[in-house]
Design a protein around this ligand. Structure first.
Ligand code: HEC
Length: 333
């Protein structure tokens, strides 16, 4: 500290400053410094450096509670174990995970995309060295690549304690993102039936806002609504908000799912039914407020506000299974 900076200050002020300064050096702890390593794992170590560029991305996850999109990567040693269908990972097996905050794409708000980088995590197998944490070394890093602050030993124990849930899988959760296996599974009939969305889905759907104004909404009076859709328009609704006329020319069944959250939002804002239909009127989906839905009359749904989602056809696989042309689901808010 340069006293000369304070030469114009009154003498008592200088004394006061000096006192604070001296007291500060005597009692305050040194400011915490972020270290590079946690439990001997550092993103500066060539073994882990830029793992996201050299290891294989094996699964992508979304954590609902913290709104994070995660990608998990495995090194070659870990991959060999996974491909062999084994769960006993040998020394040198490593996993890395990168987590981003999820945010609606401003160009298409019902698709969440990775935004701010939030953290990186590593698991490194060495049964002897990390015997206290079931043979896995744990490291957590902030977006600047430094080890997370805090006491690393209890932190690693906390990591290991939760990873105990996956004890039967070698303490790694993983999950499948293999297209070949998924294709095989999709040959099996789906058991999907009309249903009430889960609270997580509702949270997701209702967090999405129209935002960009790129998808246009315009009211269509009842008599101009195509007959096959008008039939399902609630009695007493003089009009419906039609969404996304530009897309209507090229719509297919998948478009219906993509439009649903936007319709829910439009129906809430406009306080009247909202619908999307293709120009050929074959594909359509309508969202309308409906107080009378039994499934929503649970003690925990506050005012019982509920929305009915009716669509022309379920995706083809489900259609074959449940054999109906219309699919219905509900959102209780
Ligand atoms: C409260 C539970 C919990 C705690 C605590 C926890 N994890 Fe995890 N971890 C999970 C779950 C669940 C997954 C898989 C799903 C996901 O990634 O969201 C996971 C996945 C991982 C993966 C990818 C490999 C795998 O198992 O799928 C790594 C690497 C990882 N965690 C590191 C850590 C580190 C490092 C810590 C401590 C700083 C930690 N975890 C603490 C629950 C936890």
């Amino acid at each position: 500290m340069k006293i000369s900076k304070y030469k114009n200050a009154k003498p008592f002020a200088i004394v006061a400053l000096m006192t604070c300064y001296l007291a500060g050096t005597a009692f305050a702890q040194a400011p915490p410094v972020q270290s590079d390593a946690m439990n001997g794992i550092s993103l500066k170590d060539p073994a882990y450096q830029n793992f996201w560029n050299k290891w294989r991305p094996i699964v992508s996850r979304y954590r609902v509670d913290v709104n994070e999109i995660r990608v998990t990567y495995a090194n070659d040693v870990a991959m060999k174990t996974i491909e062999a269908g084994k769960t006993e990972f040998p020394k040198g097996a490593m996993f890395g995970k990168v987590a981003w905050r999820a945010e609606p794409d401003p160009l298409f708000p019902n698709s969440l995309m990775p935004s701010q980088l939030h953290r990186m995590q590593v698991m490194s197998r060495d049964a002897e060295r990390y015997a206290d944490t079931r043979g896995w070394g744990y490291g957590i890093f902030t977006p600047n690549g430094k080890a997370d602050m805090g006491d690393h030993i209890p932190m690693a124990k906390a990591c290991a304690a939760c990873h105990d849930y996956a004890a039967g899988k070698g303490f790694v959760f993983l999950g499948e993102m293999d297209v070949n296996t998924a294709m095989l599974k999709s040959q099996q009939p789906s058991t999907a039936t009309p249903r009430v969305l889960t609270p997580e889905e509702v949270k997701l759907v209702s967090s999405i806002h129209m935002g960009t104004g790129k998808v246009k909404v315009s009211p269509v009076v009842r008599k101009n609504v195509p007959e096959n859709i008008r039939r399902y328009l609630p009695v007493g609704s003089p009009s419906v908000q039609r969404l996304g006329q530009e897309i209507a020319q090229f719509a297919f069944v998948g478009t219906l799912s993509e439009m649903t959250p936007l319709l829910l939002n439009a129906a809430q804002v406009a306080k009247q039914p909202a619908a999307f239909w293709s120009n050929d009127q074959k594909h359509w989906v309508m969202v309308s407020k409906d107080e009378g839905i039994e499934a929503c009359k649970k003690p925990d749904s506050k005012d019982g506000a509920s929305f009915r989602i009716l669509r022309s056809s379920p995706p083809p696989r489900q259609m074959a299974m449940i054999g109906i042309q219309l699919m219905e689901s509900f959102v209780c808010l």
